[in-house]
Write a protein that binds this ligand. Sequence first.
Ligand code: GLP
Length: 231
Amino acid sequence: MFEQVKTILDSAIAGGELGPHQRIPSERELSVALGASRMTIRQALVEMMAEGSLYTRSGKGTYVAERKIEQPLQRLTSFTEDIRARGSRPASRVLALALLPAPLELAVALGVRPGTELVRLRRLRLANDDPLAIETSHVAHALCPGLVDVDFSTSSLYETLTTRYGLTLRSAKQTIEASEALPDERQLLDLPRHVPVLRLHRLTFADDGRVVEFVRAVYRGDRYQLQVQLR
Ligand code: GLP
């Protein structure tokens, strides 16, 4: 029975009768309208929240979530390209942009000596002003002198590395894990309660095999879907 309730609500969302951020009827109203017990309705809603198609705002009701961004993993793309590809406007809030001597862990990842000067760029990534991800990139300063002076609220890191520093980014090795958000991440991402995040690590390589970038990122689990083609 709860599967039927889910199907009805899923089709209303897919058909656009229930749009993103629209409040859905209360459990009581749904129970009357669909002729199902409130327990059945609740079970359907809890599953839909876990799947990311609905979300709650405490004390305010249950709402339809925005359609997830489908990100194919076959190609090496930047956040800017991904967001533009779906017709939205990419931007960033720069949380940190500074030089630092490479601690051991980052030195190993980037293949440089510990203490080598790195640029660290931490950004809240936005699409149409909505926060979607927090990304912290590290690049050896020798590869991109002056990068700390770039205004990354509107510029793309990959475009800058390519056009200004002549680096051709060719491939990346990426790890993706499910995770709980830390309190500061939850706040920056404006993450609804109980929504998990995707934690990504990426090592990006230039065409000559050099490591250019080491990134740690946190993506909203309710806004992202990663797609892979299996052959
Ligand atoms: C993606 C990657 C990051 C990379 C970023 C660059 O989000 N996961 O590793 O740093 O793109 O994005 P942009 O060129 O928009 O700054």
